[in-house]
Every structure is written in C-alpha cells, then in structure tokens.
Write a protein that binds this ligand. Sequence first.
Ligand SMILES: CC(C)(COP(=O)(O)OP(=O)(O)OC[C@H]1O[C@@H](n2cnc3c(N)ncnc32)[C@H](O)[C@@H]1OP(=O)(O)O)[C@@H](O)C(=O)NCCC(=O)NCCS
Length: 151
Amino acid sequence: MPATIRPYEARDFPAIHKLDLACFVPGISYSKWTLQHFLDLDSSDCLIAEEGKQLAGFILAESNPPLAHIITLDIAAAHRRKGVGSALLREMEQHFAYHGVLSVLLETAVDNGSAVAFWGRHGYSAEAVLKRYYLGSVDAYEMRKRLGSGK
Ligand SMILES: CC(C)(COP(=O)(O)OP(=O)(O)OC[C@H]1O[C@@H](n2cnc3c(N)ncnc32)[C@H](O)[C@@H]1OP(=O)(O)O)[C@@H](O)C(=O)NCCC(=O)NCCS
C-alpha cells in the first residue's frame, strides 16, 4: 500500500515522539519539550506519512525564505527503502519552493551512512563538518541543496 502524505495534526504528537526515540539515540532524539517547541514555531512545517492508519514517517522543517532548515526526517524501520522518505522530502521541497525558499540546510551525523546516502541521492551536498555537533563527540555534515538549480 503506498504511503499517504498529509499535514501534521496535534493528535500525531505521541506517535511522532515515539518514532523519533526509535530513530535516534538519547541525546540526539528530541525531548517532548523540544519537539513541541519546533512544532509550535510559526515558521515550522510538518508532514506525516501513513500506511493505513499506521505512522510510516514524518518530516519536520522550518522555513524562513530564502532559507529553510530540515529539523528531522524519521522513517519507521519497517517502512524504510520503500520511497517514503523520498515522498515526504519531495512534498516538503514543494512547500519550500512555494514559499520562496532557495536554499535548504540540514545536519546529519557523519556516521549515519543511510542518511548521508539518502541526502546525497536527493541533491544535498556536504558543505562543512561541524565538529562534535552531536552529544559533544559525534561530527555532523552541514548539507545544502539549492532549489531550482538541480544541485
Ligand atoms: C535516512 C532515511 C530517512 C531514509 O528514508 P527511506 O524512506 O528509507 O528512504 P527512501 O526509500 O526514500 O530511499 C531513497 C534513496 O536513498 C538512499 N538510501 C536510503 N536508505 C539507504 C541505506 N540504508 N543505504 C544506502 N542508501 C540508502 C538510496 O539511494 C535510496 O534509493 P534506492 O532504495 O532506490 O536505492 C531513513 O533510513 C531513516 O529514517 N533513518 C533513521 C533516521 C535518520 O537517520 N534520519 C535522517 C536524519 S538527518
């Protein structure tokens, strides 16, 4: 069954928080407070992917044109490598373009091979290494995509 993508609703909060805890180790996953803080920003945008009634994934971003920042993209383990992350990202990039975003930034741990491959596949390039960005010890890539340039 293909995933359906829809806007986040407040009732999704417990499930997305649980998924974030499953996707990232403590200290990289968000606390309830931090996740709610991002969702409450006027500039935030969050999309949900579901298969049937099951949460398959979500993407959370902040858009301050001409820049946007992807805060997180979380796909449940059972739903990976089925195009769900790509579908959420494509939809979010359409929102960005509609709002006049030209450049999208995100951070990902240098040792998160699947994420680095995923972002590369979608045209995001590492621009810098942020030393000890996660947990005070794990380096991160700062990755960027310029929308509309194909790069
Ligand atoms: C990274 C992540 C978001 C990818 O989501 P996904 O729905 O599985 O990705 P897709 O199925 O859309 O994959 C698209 C392409 O990305 C690349 N890719 C995705 N996962 C990969 C993996 N584990 N290894 C290598 N390449 C991978 C491939 O090129 C893939 O295309 P293909 O399946 O035709 O080879 C998902 O693995 C995830 O949620 N991981 C845990 C949380 C996380 O690290 N999020 C990113 C935070 S920055």
